[in-house]
Write a protein that binds this ligand. Structure first.
Ligand SMILES: Cc1ncc(COP(=O)(O)O)c(C=O)c1O
Length: 385
C-alpha cells in the first residue's frame, strides 16, 4: 500500500477533528459502531473488534477453548499456505496443528485435500485460510465438516468481500476472522475482528478480549454470571470469569474503521478490475499456471499471484519485477511448515507437494486500489513479456 487509508487526506482531517473533540479514546461507542456496520456488511449477527487480525485468531481459539468446543491436544487442521499468526495461536494454546496441502490452482484447501488429511488425522476443528480473495469448493468443505462434526472456522483476513456462489467468504463457518491492517481491504491502521452468528461465542469473545471480565456483555447476562458465581457487589466489576487477554482496539481504530467501511465497495471494485486485467494477461502467457476460480462470483483480491511453471521462469520474472522496481513478495509466507518457528517446535515431516511447489515457484505482485494507469501498464508489460 502507498497510503495508510483510502482517501487519506480527507480521512486524516476527520481524524484530527475527532481526536480534538473526543473525551474518551479507549474502547467505546465508536468501536461498537464499527462492529455493527461491519456485521451488516458481512451479514452476520455480531463482530468483535480487536487490535489486529493476529489477535482475532488468538482470541477466537481461546474463546472456543473456554467454551469447551475444542480442548488442549485436539488436532486442528489448517491451510499449509497461510500467514504465521494463523498457525501460531494453534501452537501457543496447546492444540495440535495439522497442515493441509492446498490445490495448486486455487491456492486453497480443496475438499479432496481435506478428505485425504482426514484419513490420517482426527481433525476436531478446521481453521481454513481463504487465500488472496479465493476459495476452493468451500461449500463442499463446509458440508464435509458438518457431516464429520468438525468445527469449521475461517481466517478471512485476505478475502473480505469475496463471494463464492453468491455467499460471502467468512460466512461459511462457525466464526471468521478479519484484519484491518494497512495492506488489507480496509485499514484502521492496526485492527481485526471475529464475526459469528453464535451468541454464546460472541459473549465469550467479549469476555476474552478484555481481562476476562463481563463489562462488555449485556446486563442481564452479566447478572446471570454474577449470580451463578456468587460474586458480591464489591467485586462485581473486578471478577474475572475465564482465560483472556487484553486485545482491545481504541476509539481511534473504531472511528477510522467505521469511515473506511464506506469505501469498501469502491476499494473492492478497483482491485477486482485490476485483478481481471492481470489475470487475463497471465492466462495468455504460457510461463504461468492459470488460476481456477470456478464459482467465485466476486473476487476481493489485494495482491495478484503469479504461479510460474518452473524455477527458471520464477527466477526470470522475479528479476524482471526487481529491475522494474515493482515490489513482489513470497506467496503469503510460502509453505508455513518450512518456517523456522514451525521447525523449532514440530519435528514431524509433512507431505505437502502443492504448497511446496508454490513456496519455490510463485510470488505475488501489487494490487492496490490506487494503482494508476501507468503503474498498471508497467505491471502488464512484464506479465505479457
Ligand atoms: C491469513 C492471514 N491471517 C492473519 C493475518 C494477520 O493480520 P494482522 O496483520 O492484522 O495481524 C494475516 C496478515 O497478513 C493474514 O494474511
Amino acid at each position: 500500500m502507498s497510503k495508510t487509508f483510502f482517501n487519506e487526506k480527507k480521512e486524516k482531517l476527520k481524524l484530527i477533528k475527532f481526536i480534538k473533540n473526543s473525551e474518551k479514546l479507549s474502547m467505546g461507542k465508536n468501536v461498537e459502531k464499527f462492529e455493527k456496520k461491519f456485521s451488516t456488511f458481512l451479514k452476520c449477527k455480531s463482530s468483535i473488534m480487536v487490535n489486529s487480525g493476529s489477535s482475532a485468531n488468538l482470541l477466537l481459539l481461546q474463546a472456543l477453548k473456554n467454551l469447551n468446543k475444542i480442548k488442549s491436544g485436539d488436532e486442528i487442521g489448517f491451510s499449509a499456505l497461510t500467514w504465521s499468526t494463523n498457525l501460531m495461536p494453534i501452537m501457543q494454546l496447546g492444540l495440535k496443528p495439522v497442515p493441509i496441502d492446498v490445490n495448486l490452482k486455487t491456492l486453497n484447501v480443496s475438499p479432496e485435500n481435506l478428505t485425504a488429511a482426514l484419513k490420517k488425522n482426527k481433525i476436531k476443528c478446521l481453521f481454513l485460510t481463504n487465500v488472496l480473495g479465493f476459495a476452493d469448493n468451500i461449500l463442499e468443505i463446509s458440508r464435509i465438516c458438518k457431516k464429520r462434526k468438525i468445527l469449521l472456522i475461517e481466517d478471512n483476513c485476505e478475502s473480505l468481500g469475496s463471494e463464492f456462489k453468491g455467499k460471502k467468504l467468512g460466512t461459511f463457518g462457525f466464526a471468521s476472522t478479519h484484519s484491518f491492517y494497512v495492506g488489507h481491504h480496509i485499514s484502521s491502521i492496526e485492527g481485526g475482528s471475529v464475526s459469528t452468528n453464535d451468541e454464546k461465542l460472541s459473549d465469550m469473545l467479549k469476555i476474552s478480549r478484555a481481562h476476562g471480565w463481563l463489562r462488555n456483555i449485556n446486563l442481564n447476562k452479566r447478572k446471570e454470571y454474577i449470580k451463578k458465581f456468587k460474586i458480591n457487589k464489591f467485586y462485581e466489576n473486578y471478577a474475572f470469569f475465564d482465560l483472556s487477554f487484553n486485545l482491545r482496539p481504541t476509539e481511534i481504530n473504531g472511528f477510522i474503521g467505521f469511515n473506511q467501511l464506506s469505501y469498501l465497495k469502491i476499494i473492492i471494485d478497483r482491485r477486482y478490475k485490476n485483478f481481471k486485467l492481470f489475470n487475463e494477461a497471465s492466462k495468455k502467457n504460457n510461463a504461468f499456471y492459470e488460476l481456477e476460480l470456478k464459482n467465485m462470483n466476486l473476487i476481493s483480491n489485494f495482491t495478484f499471484p503469479l504461479l510460474c511453471r518452473n524455477k527458471k521462469l520464477f527466477r526470470k520474472y522475479v528479476r524482471k519485477f526487481n529491475i522494474n522496481k515493482i515490489e513482489i513478495r513470497p506467496l503469503i509466507a510460502g509453505d508455513i511448515t518450512k518456517q523456522p518457528f514451525f521447525k523449532k517446535y514440530i519435528k514431524k515431516k509433512f507431505y505437502l507437494p502443492n504448497t511446496n511447489y508454490l513456496h519455490d515457484n510463485a510470488f505475488y505482485i501489487p494490487n492496490r486500489p490506487d494503482l494508476n494507469r501507468g503503474e498498471i501498464k508497467r505491471i502488464l508489460n512484464i506479465i505479457n513479456s
